[in-house]
Design a protein around this ligand. Structure first.
Ligand SMILES: Cc1cc2nc3c(=O)[nH]c(=O)nc-3n(C[C@H](O)[C@H](O)[C@H](O)COP(=O)(O)OP(=O)(O)OC[C@H]3O[C@@H](n4cnc5c(N)ncnc54)[C@H](O)[C@@H]3O)c2cc1C
Length: 319
């Protein structure tokens, strides 16, 4: 079983989603007794990739791949997949992948199990994805060549196994690809440069804050921690914070080192956006709040008592 992972560049480095997808592929490969390979369309990523536990890094260099082009990416990947006789092609579920992987799926007549939160190789090739707004998981099995993408946070980037991989470059023929699609300016999800997906610490506020006038309490805490501010959906629906702060199935998906949930119950639609965080701390006055089921540290308390003291203690500690 050959598992080929597509590595997407983000800025000057490998995209976090791609590292997570690589970690997922390694787990999947162990269950399937398979072999993991990686393909990148950018030679600046090759050296870093050879430090992971994969059998081979394939670098495809071609002028037509220097900027994003769904037609060129599709044609190049089609040739790589044929060259290595891949059985499974794994992607991080990014906006870019969402744009061109379905095209590749159609071209290859291969099923695309998209937006998976896990994969199970113990009973064949099975992708696990959420349905009904994250209320239940469904297992989708497929045979033959299969494309699969993993949701951000499905696997932990720091669980990727390191090792030593061989590297080679591959030439592709893109001469017959029409230049009918040209990239525009790159889409940025958040206005004003807010990208919660890169934050190391997120302090997130929920309906428990009661009213807009109380939001500064949470802002004070996030500033003392040097964190980014996130929120649950009701806080956005009420207009207390802009949508770019929303975390969850209809907001951003974050995986910080610490996620501090303040007055958030932990509905599944919220969990989808933060359960991949390294450490989850929850402050909630209800000991039965679902957030405590996934929290590493839980504080059962009235946030209006805790927050001012917590902010002050952190400031004292730092000074
Ligand atoms: C299609 C769809 C998409 C959705 N997408 C999202 C999404 O992207 N993100 C999202 O967050 N939600 C989303 N939701 C909404 C989701 O179902 C929940 O309604 C929402 O997450 C609840 O937000 P909350 O935890 O802030 O509020 P609540 O569920 O009302 O929880 C408030 C919590 O605050 C606690 N609390 C109250 N007062 C205090 C106090 N003084 N001190 C301490 N704790 C206190 C309460 O005990 C309670 O647990 C979506 C729903 C649907 C149907």
């Amino acid at each position: 079983m050959k598992i080929l992972v597509y590595i997407q560049r983000d800025g000057d480095s490998i995209g976090r989603n791609s590292i997570e997808a690589l970690a997922g592929a390694q787990k999947f490969a162990a269950e399937l007794s398979g072999e993991v390979m990686a393909v990148c369309l950018d030679s600046s990523l090759t050296e870093k990739l050879t430090g992971y536990n994969i059998s081979e890094v394939i670098t495809v260099s071609h002028d037509g791949l220097n900027t994003y082009s769904p037609l060129h990416f599709t044609a190049a990947m089609e040739q790589v997949i044929a060259d290595v006789s891949a059985n499974v092609v794994v992607f991080g579920h990014t906006y870019q992948v969402r744009d061109w992987a379905p095209r590749l799926s159609a071209r290859l007549n291969a099923p695309f199990i998209s937006d998976c939160v896990d994969a199970d190789g113990s009973t064949g090739l099975t992708g696990i994805r959420q349905v009904y707004q994250g209320k239940i998981n469904t297992n989708i099995s497929a045979e033959g060549l299969v494309l699969m993408s993993f949701q951000s946070g499905a696997f932990r980037a720091d669980s990727v196994e390191t090792g030593s991989a061989a590297a080679r470059t591959m030439d592709v023929d893109l001469s017959s690809v029409p230049a009918t699609i040209r990239p525009g300016e790159r889409f940025k999800e958040s206005k004003g440069g807010v990208d919660l997906t890169r934050a190391e610490v997120v302090v997130s506020v929920g309906r428990g804050i009661g009213k807009e006038e109380n939001i500064p309490l949470v802002k004070d805490l996030k500033e003392s921690l040097g964190a980014e501010l996130g929120s649950s959906r009701p806080v956005v629906d009420y207009g207390w914070l802009p949508h770019e702060r929303q975390i969850g199935s209809s907001g951003q998906v974050v995986t910080p080192k610490m996620y501090l949930a303040v007055g958030i119950s932990g509905a599944i639609q919220h969990q989808v956006g933060m359960k991949g965080s390294d450490n989850i701390v929850a402050i909630n006055k209800d000991p039965n709040a679902p957030i405590f089921e996934i929290a590493d540290y839980g504080v059962v308390a009235d946030l209006f008592e805790i927050l001012p003291k917590l902010s002050q203690s952190i400031k004292d500690y730092k000074s």
